[in-house]
Design a protein around this ligand. Structure first.
Ligand code: CA2
Length: 151
């Protein structure tokens, strides 16, 4: 059975492609999830994609990733990235290699977006690549865990 990467999207990311296209582009969350499934398949991995607007549910997904033996986590915790010590602690606690993604360049935006608690729990962070950041995150994660591209 294929090894699984959890792709977790946080609050308001269900609105991708519906509002604020100047910041987040026109692609929808469904487009992101399709891209992740295809990117993971390239490395013989499966992507289990979840979105929640609730901090506790995101923490439950992280714990579930450990319980199910997931080999990696790609996380865009949305606004919780900048506020949530609890999500940071969950990521540290499960000891699964994680990559943080932001669609926008958080460093070119308001000061309150410049710090990320979840980034501190990730081995790498990507921002500003639009939804392509998720594909890059999966490639980087695959390299980190030694999964090679299928010809
Ligand atoms: O750039 C990102 O991916 C963010 O994680 C998106 C979050 C924001 O709070 C972070 O600072 C950066 C916001 C989620 C998306 O919110 C939307 C709101 C309206 C329309 C589309 C998306």
């Amino acid at each position: 059975m294929a090894k699984t990467v959890y792709v977790l999207n946080g609050p308001n990311l269900n609105l991708l492609g519906i509002r604020e296209p100047e910041t987040y582009g026109h692609a929808t969350l469904a487009d992101v999830e399709k891209l992740c499934i295809e990117a993971a398949a390239r490395y013989g991995l499966s992507a289990d994609c979840r979105q929640s607007n609730h901090e506790g549910e995101l923490i439950d997904f992280i714990h579930e990733a450990r319980d199910k033996g997931a080999v990696g986590i790609v996380i865009n915790a949305g606004g919780y990235s900048h506020t949530s010590i609890a999500l940071h602690d969950a990521l540290v606690g499960v000891q699964i290699p994680a990559v943080e993604v932001h669609v926008s360049n958080i460093h070119a935006r308001e000061n309150f977006r410049h710090h990320s608690f979840t980034a501190r729990a990730a081995f790498a962070s990507l921002c500003g690549f639009g939804i392509d950041g998720y594909r890059l995150a999966i490639s980087g994660l695959a390299a980190k865990i030694g999964a090679t591209a299928i010809a």
